[in-house]
Design a protein around this ligand. Structure first.
Ligand SMILES: C[S@@+](CC[C@H](N)C(=O)[O-])C[C@H]1O[C@@H](n2cnc3c(N)ncnc32)[C@H](O)[C@@H]1O
Length: 419
C-alpha cells in the first residue's frame, strides 16, 4: 500500500499547548530548528515533515499535540462535512486491519448543537471510505491509543488534522502519585524553562507537593527528552507508512544528548508529599538527582552558590475563595517565605507561581519580572525575585545565637505591587 502521508513531504503542522504557554512552546520549536509561521495563545503553526514530527513529539516539553494538517475547507453542515472527509484516501492513512481509530473534535459553529455530532460524522466518513475500498471496517472508539484524527470547526472553517501525538504530550506518565493541587507537567516545564535552569545552577524547590517542578527540572537539567518516558507510544506509530527504523534512529540521537546536572534540593512539610514526589521521581528515572527532605520550608538546607548561581522554584498554596482564617494562615506562610528568601538564598533567583496577588504581596520583595500563566483556568503570576549576594544568616541551632546578615543580603526593598 502506497502511504498517503510521506515521511519527507513538507506540510503544515499545528502544535497546540495550554493557554499562556505559546511563548515557551515557540522558543522550544525554534530551538529544534523550525521557523514559526504563526503563533496564537494556545499554539503555533510551522512547516515541517512527518520525520520532524517524530522528533517534535519526543522533545517538546510544553506542547499538547503535534497536529498534521490534512485538509482545510469551508463547511456549513454535517452532510457537507461527511462528503468532504469521505473524499480523502483514508485507506492509505489509517490501518483497517488491527487498527483502532479515534476522532476528536472542537467545534463552534451554528450547525453543531451536540458536541458528539462532528466526531461521529468524521468517524463515519473515514470508516465508510475505508470499507468501500478495502471491504474491512476499522475498529473505532474514544481511547486515543491508535490513529487519531482531529477536527477543528469554527464558523464555516474546517481544519482536519492527523494527530501525530495521540494522548497529550503533557501527560508524561510519571505522576503515579498526585498530591495537593499538582501542576500540569507542561506548565511546570515552562516555569523551569523561564527560570533559565540548565543543570549547572544550584536548584531548590521548597513546598514541592508531588514534585512536578523538581522532576521537570531534573529532566531539563539532564537534557532528557520527555517523550523517552512515554509508555504506549505516539499516534504516528499507528499510521500507514510509519517507519520504525527512522524512529529508532531519532530516539537514539535524542537519548545521546543527556548529561548530569547538580543535585536538586526538594522539601515539603507533609510526609505524604515527600513520598509522592520521591515515587514520581523514581518513575521518571530522576530520583537519584534529587535530595528529598520532609521539613518546613524555612528549614531547607540551601546550598551555597558558585558563579553559576542558584534557582529557587516554588508554587505555594493559594486559593480563590479563602475563608479569613485560611487567608491569614497563607499570608503568614508567604511572609515567612519572603524572609526565607532574604535570609537563606543570597545569590539565588527565585521564581514563585501564585494565583493570588494579595498573598504575593506578603512576600515583601519587589518582583523583577512578572509573567502571566494559567494553572488550569486560574490566571496566575510567575514572579521573579533577584536575591543579591551578601553574608548569609546562620542556621539557627538550638541554644545558639543567630547572627544577623551584614549589609542587605537578598533583598530589594519591599514591594507594593506584585500583581
Ligand atoms: C500547591 S502545593 C505544590 C504543588 C506542586 N507544585 C506540584 O506540582 O505537585 C503546595 C505544597 O506546599 C506544602 N506546604 C505548605 N506549607 C508548607 C510549609 N510551611 N513548609 C513546607 N511545605 C509546605 C504543602 O504540603 C503542599 O504540598
Amino acid at each position: 500500500m502506497d502511504p498517503y502521508l510521506d515521511l519527507d513531504q513538507p506540510a503544515r503542522f499545528n502544535i497546540t499547548c495550554h493557554r499562556g504557554l505559546a511563548p515557551a512552546l515557540e522558543a522550544e520549536v525554534r530551538a529544534l530548528g523550525h521557523e514559526i509561521e504563526s503563533a496564537r495563545e494556545t499554539g503555533v503553526t510551522i512547516q515541517a515533515t512527518l520525520r520532524d514530527a517524530y522528533r517534535l513529539n519526543l522533545c517538546l516539553r510544553t506542547a499538547f499535540h503535534v497536529l498534521y494538517e490534512l485538509a482545510t475547507f469551508r463547511c456549513h453542515d454535517g452532510d457537507e462535512l461527511y462528503d468532504r472527509v469521505r473524499d480523502l484516501p483514508w485507506d492509505r492513512i489509517v490501518p483497517a486491519e488491527g487498527g483502532y481509530l479515534t476522532v476528536v473534535s472542537k467545534a463552534n459553529t451554528p450547525s453543531v448543537t451536540n458536541t458528539m455530532y462532528p466526531s461521529l460524522k468524521v468517524k463515519d466518513a473515514i470508516v465508510d471510505q475505508i470499507t468501500s475500498v478495502l471491504g474491512i471496517r476499522p475498529d473505532s472508539g474514544p481511547d486515543a491509543d491508535g490513529s487519531v484524527v482531529t477536527l477543528h470547526w469554527f464558523g464555516d472553517e474546517v481544519r482536519l488534522y492527523v494527530d501525530t501525538s495521540g494522548r497529550k504530550l503533557a501527560d508524561r506518565g510519571y505522576r503515579k502519585r498526585p498530591h495537593t493541587a499538582p501542576l500540569r507537567e507542561s506548565l511546570a516545564a515552562a516555569i523551569v524553562l523561564a527560570s533559565g535552569y540548565d543543570g549547572t545552577q544550584a536548584l531548590v524547590n521548597p513546598m514541592c507537593g508531588s514534585g512536578t517542578l523538581a522532576i521537570e527540572a531534573a529532566l531539563i537539567g539532564s537534557g532528557r527528552a520527555p517523550g523517552l518516558l512515554r509508555a504506549g507510544g505516539f499516534a504516528f506509530q499507528h499510521l500507514i507508512g510509519y517507519d520504525p527504523a527512522v524512529f529508532k534512529e531519532i530516539r537514539a540521537e535524542v537519548s545521546g544528548q543527556s548529561k548530569t546536572p547538580g543535585l536538586i534540593v526538594v522539601t515539603d512539610i507533609d510526609p505524604d508529599a515527600i513520598d509522592a514526589a520521591r515515587h514520581n521521581a523514581e518513575t521518571a528515572g530522576v530520583a537519584q538527582l534529587i535530595d528529598f527532605e520532609c521539613c518546613d520550608f524555612a528549614e531547607t538546607v540551601v546550598p551555597d552558590v558558585d558563579e553559576a548561581g542558584g534557582i529557587v522554584l516554588v508554587n505555594p498554596e493559594y486559593g480563590e475563595r479563602l475563608s479569613q482564617g485560611e487567608e491569614e494562615a497563607l499570608a503568614e506562610t508567604y511572609n515567612r517565605f519572603g524572609d526565607f528568601l532574604k535570609q537563606e538564598c543570597p545569590g539565588y533567583q527565585a521564581w514563585l507561581l501564585t494565583g493570588n496577588r494579595h498573598l504575593a504581596k506578603k512576600v515583601g520583595l519587589r518582583a523583577s519580572k512578572k509573567q502571566t500563566l494559567f494553572n488550569g483556568s486560574i490566571e496566575c503570576r510567575l514572579l521573579r525575585y533577584d536575591l543579591y549576594r551578601g553574608s548569609k544568616k546562620q542556621r539557627k541551632q538550638p541554644g545558639a545565637e543567630v547572627s544577623e546578615p551584614q549589609g542587605a543580603p537578598g533583598e530589594a526593598p519591599a514591594p507594593q505591587d506584585a500583581s
